[in-house]
Design a binder for this molecule. Sequence first.
Ligand code: PAF
Length: 278
Amino acid sequence: MELIVARNREGLLKARTGGEVALVPTMGALHEGHRSLIRLARTRADQVVVSIFVNPLQFGPTEDFSRYPRTFDADLEVCRAEGVDVVFHPSAEDIYLPDRQVSVHSGRMGEIVEGAARPGHFDGVLTVVLKLFNLVQPHVAIFGQKDAQQLAMIRRMVADLDVPVEIVGAPTVREPDGLALSSRNRYLTAEDRQVALALSRALHKGAAEPTPSRIRAAAREILDAAGPRLFVDYLVLVDPATFAEVGESHAGPAVLAVAATVGTTRLIDNVTLTLNPA
Ligand code: PAF
């Protein structure tokens, strides 16, 4: 089947073939991590739609919106190779009305952890994701676990607003040395890339410990030893659904999440672990 590129609602409607639709929302600069989301989408539906849209609403005024990698031709090749049916590639004007008023508010959960570091970020993410759901009308949507709080917030929005879509989280894909794949990795110099390995090493070391205090301390030790080019934004051990910090007696799944700037590149990573298993 020929890959269809749709730029607006009409294009999407024309591309529909009937059957179940899986959506993989992306901002492009597609890498192996995105390929794994697309492959998972393929197992879940008859038609796979990949959206490629660098959403201005989710970037703060000092963030990397203008320099965010835009590699549309290469992204199309990835989608072709992965057998994607439709690429939805709107412009900002296609997505946002010039006089738009209403947006999604991510609530208290959107103001903690990653939301505290990036005010307004989750409002921007949820607004565009809801719009993508309304435009594409997927049965299922696939998001990477690397953006663990984003995934939790999208699940929250779908539950709170009764959005008729199933949300599926997909495991983080890593380089052989542990670095989590990210479109922003391409900003790293060779030296910074070595420093960035401290994130996955810290998570790995922390996850091997038995209690929240020891998990946090073990991870922190690795980050502190990484040198002055690594600036830690946060290191938290949180409930995967609420992103509230877990206490010493917490039982069940928890997410150990880190955000750090390496040189000029901000990176995030996380692992899920189980505390006090019965
Ligand atoms: O994870 C991303 O790439 C973006 O936050 C998303 C979900 C495509 C919304 O712009």
